[in-house]
Design a protein around this ligand. Sequence first.
Ligand SMILES: C[S@@+](CC[C@H](N)C(=O)[O-])C[C@H]1O[C@@H](n2cnc3c(N)ncnc32)[C@H](O)[C@@H]1O
Length: 218
Amino acid sequence: MFARVARRYDLLNRVLSLGQDQRWRRFLRQAVAQAPAGPVLDLATGTGDVALGAFQRPVVGVDFCLEMLALARRKPGRPVPWRYWVAGDVQALPFAEGLFAAVTVAFGWRNFPDPVQAFGTVGRVLKKGGRLAILEFHPVQRQPWRTLHRLWQRWVIQPVGSWVSGDPQAYRYLPETSNHFLTPEALERAAALAGFSLLGRRYLGLQVACLSVFVKKG
Ligand SMILES: C[S@@+](CC[C@H](N)C(=O)[O-])C[C@H]1O[C@@H](n2cnc3c(N)ncnc32)[C@H](O)[C@@H]1O
């Protein structure tokens, strides 16, 4: 599915977030700026919009969709000490234990086959004291934002996404996954089971998205 929508993915992000998505990714990068020294892993990197931004450290972008990675490799990025693109699955990350000082994930966690277990696999490659920042769509809980969000999904995201990408199934699936994903509080509980503690949480875009920042306990 990600391969099918890859070519129009960036355009749809800009349009469907009303131009907010890159600003949210900037907050995500800033959230790991205080991590210990070392490289950052941008997991589910997609077309690289997080990994290509301004990090003061080396960056590795990982995704299991080669079509997405191919687009990321062709895009210009901000200078960093070094940047690698790696094809890989969150369930079997091909890295040594404790290699990374920070992990960022934008709009990827809810697509993982087991979002609870993913904390364990990510925790393995993160060093103690390292930061994990997750930017994600969650079910919108409070009114009137919940009703507004459902209307936006039904009358904007689904028809515009289907039309522009040519893939109606993908743009039905993507909003549905956010409605059925963990709440930010449940995500925090899952993270705690794997040895992470919450540093902070920030709601974005009328509660449509949430940035959760964790530290791996020492
Ligand atoms: C909605 S896109 C987000 C892309 C990017 N992070 C962004 O900010 O736009 C989700 C990405 O997660 C990737 N993905 C989903 N499941 C994955 C997995 N199990 N392992 C690695 N990547 C995965 C998909 O290929 C896709 O590129």
